[in-house]
Write a protein of this length. Sequence first.
Length: 332
Amino acid sequence: MNTLKSASRTRRWLTRLVLPVAAAFSLTAQAAQPLKIGYSDWPGWVAWQVAIEKGWFKEAGVDVKFEWFDYSASMDAFAAGKIDAVTMTNGDALVTGAGGAKSVMLMLTDYSNGNDMIVAKPGIKSIKDLKGKKVAVEQGLVEHLLLLNGLKKAGMKESDVTLVNAKTNEMPQMLTAKDIAAIGAWQPVSGEAMKAVPGSKPIYTSADEAGLIYDVLAANPASVKARRADWQKVVKVWDKVVAYIEDPKTQPDAVKIMAARSGISPVEYLPLLKGTKLLSLEEGKKIYVKGDGFKTLYGSTKIIDSFNVANQVYKAPEKIDGYLDSSFTNGK
């Protein structure tokens, strides 16, 4: 799959409810099978490919099978009970859960660190310059939330701009329209928009609000209960992955592995990796705590839950505590 078309993750705050989770499987039969994990084309998740190819799960004594999907298909597979866990955003964990597929966020893999952005036409230098102008976003999706966050920081309200609803993959064309001042999109779509309108540039990105989009490994609660020791081993492998990717001596090999999984060159892949902040387990511990705001997984998830309800992604607030279990990150 070409990352230049898919590395963004769909990251849809799904307006449709996913398939009901098929959780009624035999725990005895489950224990005899490999842990099945769905992953897709986002750097924080493709990172697992390093562990797969290096044989680190076998070294850790855990039988794991990673299955490659388009992002939305990975969540559908999880909802249908075809896999035990899936890599997704903390917000999408709520969406799949509201549709019947509850999960437990075992650990954080990363947060978006610039790959999501508000791109404006030449002459517009800041969010404040958007006042009274039209901004195209796909309403109810994460770039809509990013825009609202940027407006709030600039002392503005959503009503200070005119939202134009459009599909994210249409944003390059939207930015070329005469009456559109800015668009919201993630890489690589945002990059395509900047190519379509020379001189356009990001005026606000996910790097300006760390924690707006956290990415996690989320597992079926029944599997977590039945195979806790195995999931602990999976989580521990993650630190080895992050260290290998971030070490200057081994990063070229890691990027080569990740780029090959995504079907592009290492040179093309590196900027996508740099727009993603990988989190070691120690870094994850500091975020996986109870608190307000985007600095904690709890606070971020709570904000997104309110956003989802306000935008009718689902009707009633989800019970956030039921999705969170920091014990795996804490090594307990």
